[in-house]
Design a protein around this ligand. Sequence first.
Ligand SMILES: C[S@@+](CC[C@H](N)C(=O)[O-])C[C@H]1O[C@@H](n2cnc3c(N)ncnc32)[C@H](O)[C@@H]1O
Length: 209
Amino acid sequence: MNDSVTSKQHWKQVYSKQRSDQLGWYKPHLSTSLDLITKCKLNQQARIIDIGGGASTLVDDLLDSGFEQITVMDIAQSALDQVRCRLSKRACLAKWLVGDITTMDLPPNHYDLWHDRAVFHFLTDADSCRRYIECMRQSLKSNGHIIFGTFSLEAPKKCSGLPVCRYDINKLHSTLGQDLILREHKKELHLTPGGVEQMYLYCHFQKPD
Ligand SMILES: C[S@@+](CC[C@H](N)C(=O)[O-])C[C@H]1O[C@@H](n2cnc3c(N)ncnc32)[C@H](O)[C@@H]1O
């Protein structure tokens, strides 16, 4: 069985076994991501993609803010189904993609903003990281924004029972590419619904012209 199939099965099980508000990464609103997105001062037609959006409410909040071109992608169809169900009639206002971001073909020079909270850190082998980064860099427009939330060095070594790669800002910057312009970074402590502390590193990079 290849890694993509194993990963797909893992995430399918996660979303079938637990309610989304019981999952370790659950936050009622991704307020830190939303603040960083607001600071990008994008217009409402900006193309935004949420990588591994899961069942998060980011898309709900972006629609509430008037964004018109949002894409949510995830390896777990069931996660996206939950969100579509929650959004009801508004679901047709966003695009939905099911797939593995390390093997996905996204349109080149297309997105103004790439958002990833708690997805990239699951890529623990060099090859998957390289494919993810290639996909991100080719599908982002020049001057496009990248907002990441990953486990920081103080965070647990596992998330959702899977090993993760933890980052400080220097390691993340050199992994994603030193040519990216670092606009902002900060750490934030997340408490899981079960009371476990997870320190996140949030950052905003911009692709150069
Ligand atoms: C820890 S959850 C975070 C969900 C959401 N971003 C949030 O902050 O609430 C990780 C998400 O990434 C998805 N995922 C994991 N590996 C993926 C991959 N290779 N490609 C696309 N999605 C993936 C999972 O299905 C899951 O929804």
